[in-house]
Write a protein that binds this ligand. Structure first.
Ligand SMILES: NC(=O)c1ccc[n+]([C@@H]2O[C@H](COP(=O)([O-])OP(=O)(O)OC[C@H]3O[C@@H](n4cnc5c(N)ncnc54)[C@H](OP(=O)(O)O)[C@@H]3O)[C@@H](O)[C@H]2O)c1
Length: 271
């Protein structure tokens, strides 16, 4: 059996990222839904007919999230017990998960020689091992039912190196490799694996990662809602990897076919 498209589109408007989708009756579980991209993704699936469970650690934001979607639970992706408790509580209420969105993540803006081993471990523990914990808990049920989709919110940093982001790039490259291999194993069992790679998005992410204020330029960033829209479209099409936005796709191509030109561009940008 090959992986199918389970989620029909309805009333497509303009280009892919603006398509309206029908996720009616599907159960969607989103990690890191208390802020930024996860918040937008949770609300977008809810608006498109899904039953949505959002998770995170910030209790005030969870209370606000609970007003917007079906369920909001505390969950720390670095803690297997917390993952198991949240998943089983969610599934008791809404039933088996059809779409898992592994979105929880952290950044770290720091030169390589100021990045300690413990910093790399911390970033990997959330961005890579957090995805492994959650996916391993959800995937057996999807395989048993013969359908489901795992969505990884990676980054353009999964495909390209960025200065002052060694730990972050390592975690997202690892996530992409893990997901590519996983897709090949589980596609014959009816489960899709889709990796979404946004460029810079206007969320609290950069401030939390310790980036200097002068480097945070919201005008040059895309919105979290745009990422949510592209993510839903990628799920509908069962895409392997979705780079969000034309500019990001163009830069990705330049990097693939002319990496030295991209190095020069980045040196110029980071002068
Ligand atoms: N913003 C960008 O430019 C950008 C670009 C490409 C990819 N991304 C990726 O997009 C994802 C979301 O980032 P964002 O921009 O929306 O950042 P954000 O606004 O800082 O949101 C991060 C989310 O992750 C959650 N989180 C962090 N550590 C967690 C943990 N240990 N356990 C559970 N949840 C945790 C946070 O929730 P709590 O604090 O409530 O736990 C929050 O909901 C990340 O994976 C990031 O790498 C971001």
């Amino acid at each position: 059996m090959v992986c199918r498209e389970h989620y029909p589109t309805q009333g497509a408007t303009l280009r892919g990222e603006k398509t309206i989708h029908d996720f009616g009756g599907k159960v969607v579980f989103v990690s890191g839904a208390t802020s930024g991209i996860g918040w937008s993704v949770a609300k977008a699936f809810q608006a498109n007919g899904a039953r949505v469970v959002g998770t995170g650690r910030d209790q005030d934001r969870l209370a606000m999230l609970a007003q917007e979607i079906d369920l909001a639970f505390t969950m720390d992706v670095t803690d297997s017990q917390s993952v198991d408790i949240a998943l089983s509580a969610a599934q008791d209420v809404v039933g088996p998960i059809d779409i898992l969105v592994n979105n929880a993540g952290i950044g770290l803006f720091r030169e390589w020689d100021s990045t300690d081993v413990s910093d790399v471990q911390r970033v990997m523990d959330v961005n890579m091992m957090g995805v492994v914990r959650l996916t391993k808990a959800v995937l057996p049920g999807m395989i048993a039912r013969g359908h489901g989709t795992i969505v990884q919110v990676a980054s353009v940093a999964a495909r390209r190196g960025y200065p002052q982001h060694t730990a972050y790039c390592a975690s997202k490259h690892a996530l992409l490799g893990w997901s590519r291999a996983l897709r090949k194993e589980v596609a014959p069992k009816g489960v899709g694996v889709t990796v979404v790679c946004p460029p810079a998005v206007d969320t609290p992410f950069f401030a939390r990662a310790g980036a200097p204020e002068s480097m945070i330029k919201p005008a040059a960033m895309i919105s979290a809602d745009r990422v949510a829209s592209a993510l839903m479209d990628a799920v509908t099409r069962n895409q392997r990897c979705r780079i969000v936005g034309r500019r990001a796709r163009l830069l990705d191509r330049i990097d693939r076919f002319a990496p030295s030109a991209m190095d020069q561009l980045q040196r110029w940008k980071h002068r």
